[in-house]
Design a protein around this ligand. Structure first.
Ligand code: FAD
Length: 385
């Protein structure tokens, strides 16, 4: 076994949230190591960035690097939602200009490169298998292990590290995405198209390099029932759409990709020696295209906490966002009445009022109110799934 090195902060996950946390801590002179299991060499989902990321990227001094990616402008979203006839929503009224369609692998790699150049130690192709408490530090087990004073959980929707350290992931739904990428022979227009359907909703969006992604968001059981992970099942479902099917022209690249898209809130998102950022802390429905925006904002807030800020205020900020998100999510799903009896839509009506309630009890469990953590070291050391 390799002897563990030391670091002020170990960050697990090199998506936007982990990369920007590393960037800000490294700029502040902290000794940071970031573990990312991938090498950014395969498709990453989540390619539409809303206009609100523009001021964030400028504030992070990343605007020039972002410009070098030559992302495609995104001017509007058309949606057949609540009515069969599509309606356009233009970004023309956004104070931040238009949004973007990016190649997410290149976007995420750009952020992590910036962190590395600011002084963070970035380990690519490095999977963390376990985090456990050893005396007053956290032992991060990977090919290059480290003993860190603080660990940042930036593992995305799985929130693996925080859960192993005692946090509770409260899941709002069982949303799953079944996506396919098509190579097309002309540059696609920069519009996103959304179409509500009885079992969920479809999404078509241009990707750089003459590609388009088409995805169905539905509940997990529907993937099994309609064999959505198979080309035949997915193509049959697409054939039942009114509009999106017309956009699925070109040559399919690769398999159908099925991935969880469930919303959740982590209770709590911060402990005395760890903090969760981005999707690990709070994951929203991709319908909002708000995940990357939140990842960047929560990374900035988490870096402030780790540089001496208030942990309780961080939790309050995320909890407040979650309350507003649930309200908005219920409102937007409520706009679609045509499929009110279908299981997908009625499940969303039932879930919209679900409270996140166990705050005080959980805060004691992770010890951020000054109380000692109630979990044993053995529990903390639970292997990460
Ligand atoms: C289908 C789909 C479509 C989406 N569309 C959009 C969109 O259009 N616009 C938008 O803004 N958002 C979208 N989102 C949401 C957006 O992708 C996320 O909110 C965003 O990626 C969150 O960033 P993150 O850094 O928190 O997590 P992630 O981007 O998920 O990054 C987590 C990282 O942790 C790494 N990791 C995990 N476990 C380990 C481990 N044990 N060791 C080392 N590394 C590990 C992973 O490899 C990954 O790189 C979409 C999400 C889904 C599922």
């Amino acid at each position: 076994m390799t002897a563990a090195g030391r670091a002020d902060v170990a960050i697990v996950g090199g998506g936007p949230a982990g990369a920007v946390t590393a960037l800000l801590l490294a700029r502040a002179g902290r000794d940071v190591v970031l573990y990312e299991q991938s090498c950014y060499d395969s498709l990453r989902l989540g390619e539409t960035l809303p206009p609100s990321v523009n001021p964030l990227l400028r504030k992070l001094d990343l605007w020039e690097r972002f410009g070098a990616l030559q992302a495609m402008p995104s001017y509007q979203t058309a949606s057949a939602w609540g009515a069969a006839e599509p309606a356009d929503r233009s970004f023309i009224f956004s104070p931040h200009g238009h949004g973007w369609h990016v190649d997410r692998a290149r976007f995420d790699a750009m952020l992590v490169d910036a962190a590395e150049q600011a002084g963070a130690r970035v380990l690519r192709g490095a999977r963390v298998v376990k985090v456990s408490r050893v005396d007053a530090r956290l032992h991060v087990e990977a090919d290059e292990p480290v003993l860190a004073a603080t660990v940042v959980d930036a593992t995305g929707r799985t929130a693996r590290i925080a859960r192993a350290l005692g946090a509770n992931r409260v899941q709002l739904d069982k949303l799953v995405c079944a996506a396919r990428v098509f190579a097309i022979d002309s540059e696609p227009r920069g519009d996103t198209f959304i179409e509500a359907a009885p079992d969920g909703w479809w999404y078509a969006s241009p990707l750089p390099e003459q590609r388009r992604i088409i995805a169905l968001f539905t509940d997990a059981h529907e993937v099994v029932r309609s064999r959505l992970a198979t080309v035949d099942g997915w193509t049959d479902a697409l054939a039942r759409t009114e509009h999106v099917g017309d956009l699925a022209c070109g040559v399919p690249c690769g398999k159908i990709r099925v991935t969880t898209s469930a919303s959740h809130e982590l209770e709590p998102p911060v402990g005395h020696d760890w903090i969760a950022v981005g999707d690990a802390a709070f994951a929203v429905d991709p319908l909002s295209s708000g995940g990357v925006d939140f990842a960047l904002r929560s990374a900035s807030a988490a870096a402030d906490v780790l540089l001496g800020g208030d942990r309780a205020a961080y939790w309050t900020q995320i909890a407040d966002e979650a309350i507003e998100y649930r309200r908005l999510r219920a409102e937007i799903y409520g706009w679609e009445h045509r499929f009110a009896d279908a299981a997908f839509w009625s499940a969303r009506r039932l879930l919209s009022g679900q409270p996140f309630a166990r705050r005080a009890a959980t805060s004691r469990a992770v010890g951020i109110d000054g109380a000692a953590p109630s979990r044993s070291t053995e529990q903390d050391a639970a292997a990460l799934a």
